[in-house]
Unconditional design. Structure first.
Length: 314
């Protein structure tokens, strides 16, 4: 106990002798402690001329402040206990538009079932911005690809395959029918089989294409696949920022493009057929990461584990 507790006990009992007995200290020691606080503050807390003793006006202000402090401490203990037991709190999770539209909803739904008192705040932006948010701890977690292990710690949550999406009315599909995959094939995982034949992008080098702008991981991998095959696309109709927008354009027949199997399985959009791509760049890992060496709260750990559980069968 500190001197403030001594003052509060005297206030409650309205007696130095009873307070001293409750506190297991001598009355002179208790009186000296209270007197020391009064001298430090330059006030008199208790009117000792009354029986029982009473508070001075300054004493009333002091006791009011003590009670506020006690309430704050009590509330803080409850909140910290709740946070420790994952009953309350907030977590800020970031991701690109595709992630917030197709990856995060399943995770948040399961997380909210387990921890209904914890608020999930979603931050959407482009990938470089999001990584900077992790470094300054504006965001707690980021779901993305290719984390720099020198700056971030991360855990994988699902594997993705890139596919070539081609409008179903393109004449090339008839010629390459043995390679063709439907959305149902993708949902059933046919493209993951080793027996599923892979297409060479060169087969479509003269068709119109829809590509993402540089700086996007899907575009970077598309460029790598093209380089591996030693071809360049001669007919790019449009460059876009978002994978979802690109996919919609492809399904409406504007051109062929690179998509991932998660989007194909999650979207109800129709109008395309698909081809399995060759090359190592056609496969990537979606991970959940955070700033390296930062304090990882129980809420963060719980969200990471939930994300891994939700996608462990993918």
């Amino acid at each position: 106990m500190n001197a403030r507790d001594y003052v509060y006990e005297v206030y409650k009992e309205r007696s130095f002798s009873i307070a001293a007995k409750n506190l297991y200290v001598s009355q002179p020691a208790l009186s000296a402690s209270v007197k020391k606080i009064e001298q430090e503050l330059g006030i008199t807390i208790f009117d000792r001329s009354t029986s029982p003793i009473s508070l001075t006006e300054e004493g009333k202000v002091y006791i009011e402040a003590l009670e506020k402090m006690k309430n704050i401490l009590s509330e803080t203990r409850v909140k910290l206990s709740d946070m420790n037991e994952l009953k309350t709190g907030i977590i800020k999770v970031s991701g690109e538009n595709f992630v917030s539209s197709f990856i995060l909803p399943k995770i948040i739904m399961e997380f909210s079932k387990k921890y209904p008192g914890i608020k999930v705040e979603i931050i959407e932006s482009n990938s470089p911005d999001l990584r900077q948010l992790l470094l300054n701890e504006t965001a707690d977690l980021l779901i993305a690809h290719d984390f720099d292990k020198n700056l971030y710690s991360c855990e994988s949550i699902l594997e993705e395959s890139l596919l070539l999406a081609v409008p179903e009315n393109f004449k090339e599909n008839k010629r390459l029918e043995e390679y063709l995959l439907t959305r149902e094939d993708i949902i059933n995982g046919k493209h993951l089989s080793e027996d599923c034949p892979k297409i060479r992008l060169g087969e479509f080098k003269d068709v119109p294409f829809v590509l993402l702008k540089k700086g996007n991981d899907t575009r970077r991998r598309a460029d790598l696949i093209l380089d591996e095959e030693g071809i360049s696309l001669s007919n790019v109709k449009i460059y876009l920022d978002q994978l979802i927008t690109s996919y919609n354009m492809e399904c409406f027949g504007l051109g062929a493009g690179i998509v991932n199997d998660v989007l194909v399985k999650s979207s109800s959009q129709k109008g395309c057929v698909y081809y399995k791509l060759s090359g190592r760049s056609a496969y990537r890992t979606m991970s959940i990461g955070y700033k390296k060496n930062r304090y990882v709260s129980k809420v963060m750990k719980a969200f990471i584990e939930t994300a891994k559980e939700v996608y462990k069968s993918n």
